[in-house]
Design a protein around this ligand. Structure first.
Ligand code: MN
Ligand code: MN
Length: 292
């Protein structure tokens, strides 16, 4: 596979053009836009998150550092996606994440539909996977697809033990998922658990994960539609922006090894959702920078 088949060069995250070789953190856009059952248009999301990132302060006040001073950040642009062939696209996602990991750098993926996480997580052995999502994404198949936005975590659980998965902010799942969950116990905290006891929930998670590695997948529909309206399947009664920032800071303090931010559909945005996504990303980068 030629590099040009994998990466299409676009203006970089934060407007910076930092060489890959010297980077600590490497951004990759994954404009995968294939399996939405309602709103589609994910393919435009990475560019919109980058655009928002260029219009936010890079000094993160909660941590007190400028992310571009604290970290060397490179953006490879977008993976060239085959919108009709999820397996070929999946191989590209896995390949690029493996390379970034092998080179000792931190991969940060900009989705794209949540399905990309099925492939990005293959590049990590023995990590906790923390999922921020309104949905549990645990269906065996959905509308005839075994690999789609509604089956993401089930496909991951085909190869990752259930005790390595933690779901946060969930509030919507099917009867089929409920029945499957009776046999497979997965640690999960609803959006209500979080709004009533955020500090307690985060303490439990930190005690559980300890010093082990964490991959964080952020489905933006975990936020309340009031804060993040432009997602493929909005789900009322979600987290506030303040809550999610607190959560991602706590997770970034652990041994975080990779992140993806998924499910933005910019056509439904007044700009807010892309800016929330970029804010979340800066918050995580600031914590990573503070640990360097
Ligand atoms: Mn979701
Ligand atoms: Mn999801």
């Amino acid at each position: 596979m030629e590099p040009s088949e994998i990466i299409k060069v676009l203006p970089g995250f934060g407007g910076f053009d930092f060489p890959y070789e010297k980077a600590d953190v490497v951004f990759v856009g994954v404009p995968l836009d294939l399996t939405s059952s309602y709103r589609s248009g994910y393919r435009f999301a990475p560019a919109k998150i980058r655009e928002a990132s260029a219009n936010l302060e890079t000094f993160v006040t909660s941590i007190g550092i400028d992310v571009f001073e604290a970290l060397n950040i490179s953006d490879l642009g977008d993976i060239v996606v085959t919108q009709t062939d999820i397996v070929t696209t999946g191989q590209k996602i896995e390949k690029i994440v493996r390379k970034i990991r092998r080179d000792g750098k931190f991969p940060f993926l900009l989705g794209g539909e949540h399905t990309l996480t099925v492939f990005s997580t293959v590049a990590f052995d023995d990590v906790f996977i923390v999922q921020l999502d309104a949905h549990r994404d645990l269906r065996e198949e959905y509308l005839g697809d075994k690999i789609c936005h509604a089956t993401v975590m089930r496909r991951i659980l085909d190869r990752v033990p259930a005790e390595k998965v933690i779901q946060l902010g969930v509030r919507s799942w099917s009867k089929e998922e409920e029945e499957w969950l009776r046999k497979t116990r997965i640690r999960a905290y609803t959006s209500e658990d979080i709004s009533t006891n955020l500090d307690g929930v985060m303490r439990e998670i930190r005690d559980l994960i300890g010093s082990e590695s964490v991959y964080l997948t952020i489905d933006l529909d975990v936020l309340d539609p009031a804060f993040a309206p432009a997602v493929a399947t909005p789900e009322p009664s979600g987290l506030s922006t303040a809550e999610i920032l607190k959560i991602v800071r706590k997770i970034a303090e652990m041994k975080l090894v990779g992140v993806d931010v998924v499910e933005l559909v910019p056509q439904y945005d007044n700009g807010n959702t892309a800016f929330v996504a970029a804010r979340i990303i800066y918050e995580i980068l600031a914590v990573l920078g503070s640990k360097k």
